[in-house]
Design a binder for this molecule. Sequence first.
Ligand code: ZN
Length: 150
Amino acid sequence: MSDLSDLYQEVILDHNRRPRNFGTLADATHKANGYNPLCGDRLTVQLRLEGDRVAGVAFEGSGCAISKASASLMTDAIKGGTVGDALALFDRVHGMLTSPMDRPIDEAGVGKLAVLGGVREFPVRVKCASLAWHTLKAALASLPEPVKTE
Ligand code: ZN
């Protein structure tokens, strides 16, 4: 477990320092806002769906290192995949974050997102890590943004 803890630290710090896909999407089709009152984390997730494909994804907001790193990892993981892939990944990550600490993480199912399992040691942080995923799910379920004509 200590190997994963070290990796956890490293990945969280890296994604917090250099968040991937941070910013706004000019041509977003779906978006949602998320808020974690326990910590004060706020996120906006924007998606550009082309048919069934997540052609673009971006997030912005302010929050703790874990919420930001989790959002960064989330955007990397779903970009270019299908909506079905993104929802399946939500289920696997959510299952991992809410499983007991002594339950081994199914790394085959979540890939490098396994590092997020490290937050199970700190129960108040689980909400920080899951915020981006709940916001993603809300964005996928949101009504398409009106098409802008300019
Ligand atoms: Zn937080």
